[in-house]
Write a protein that binds this ligand. Structure first.
Ligand code: B12
Length: 229
């Protein structure tokens, strides 16, 4: 590898670090307009792609989550950061991904949501956005989604995959309930069901009879590609 190629790589790495620092600053300050404007300008100047910005934002939210767990920040600060990130994803990054992906042939249809009694949306939204940017048609049903709502939507759109997110130990059983309800309706074999969220695991997925589990949004895309092959 020649020197100029190495220099370019170092420059790219430095850029990513400074972009992440800037985004982190805007997220912890709850500077929603600042974050949206910054993302827009990075996209406009082709400095970063929408999918790379989603990855950075995912890392930043993991950092904010850890700070909350270590009691470095408190609930109102956490909510402020979450709202800031959600606005940037909904209003800037998702539309950018959608605009660039219009011509793509669909890789499959995925109905995704956070299960009943659980309001955590950020991880599930990231998974949905990554799937979309990888050519999947995504139906994001939001949070506190019931088994009937998941199944009705999957039936309506002819989905291939149902993705169930759960961030609470207490809501994990609702993932199981969706699978049981599919069985009751004689629809279990019609859909691949995947699960995710911090308290879930590969073992849990196996225990409840899901078709797969992924630790993060990037793995979720690989998982779906694999199980739909
Ligand atoms: C942000 C947050 C909130 C925000 C949510 C805002 C929002 N719009 O989402 C608010 C403040 C509202 C909140 C509320 C509550 N929270 Co909360 N919250 C968190 C926190 C700090 C971060 C979650 C997050 O966004 N992480 C960042 C994202 C990017 O990561 P992720 O969600 O894990 O998602 C990734 C993977 O898991 C995976 N993934 C996610 N979904 C899916 C789905 C599929 C199909 C696949 C394949 C993969 C996948 O890919 C994602 C992207 O890489 C976590 C702690 C933590 N460190 O995780 C606590 C945490 C989840 N919350 C917790 C609790 C207890 C609550 C409350 C009950 C608090 C209360 N007493 O009111 C309420 C819940 C109310 C309810 N009914 O749901 C606990 C849960 C404990 C447990 N195991 O049950 C945690 C772990 C904090 C703690 N240690 O106590 N919370």
């Amino acid at each position: 590898m020649n020197i100029s190629c190495n220099k370019k790589k170092v420059k790219q790495a430095v850029n990513i670090v400074s972009i992440k620092e800037k985004i982190q600053g805007l997220v912890v300050e709850w500077d929603t307009d600042g974050l949206k404007d910054y993302c827009r300008s990075l996209l406009k100047n082709n400095e970063e792609s929408a999918s790379d910005l989603l990855k950075i934002i995912g890392d930043v939210m993991k950092f904010v989550g850890d700070q909350f767990e270590e009691e470095e920040i408190f609930l109102p600060e956490l909510i402020g950061s979450a709202e800031t990130v959600k606005a940037a994803i909904d209003e800037v990054l998702d539309p950018a991904i959608r605009a660039s992906g219009e011509e793509k042939e669909t890789m499959g249809k995925v109905v995704i949501g956070t299960v009943e009694s659980d309001v955590h949306s950020i991880g599930k939204d990231l998974v949905g956005s990554f799937l979309f940017s990888n050519g999947f048609e995504v139906y994001n049903l939001g949070v506190e989604v019931t088994a009937d709502q998941f199944i009705s939507k999957a039936e309506e759109v002819g989905a291939n995959v149902i993705g169930l997110s759960s961030l609470l130990t207490m809501s994990m059983d609702f993932q199981k309930e969706v699978i049981e309800e599919l069985k009751k309706r004689g629809l279990r074999d019609k859909y691949k069901v995947i699960v995710g969220g911090a308290p879930t695991s590969e073992d849990w997925a196996e225990k409840i009879g899901a078709d797969g589990w992924a630790d993060d949004a990037i793995e979720a895309v690989e998982l779906i590609k694999r199980i739909l092959k």
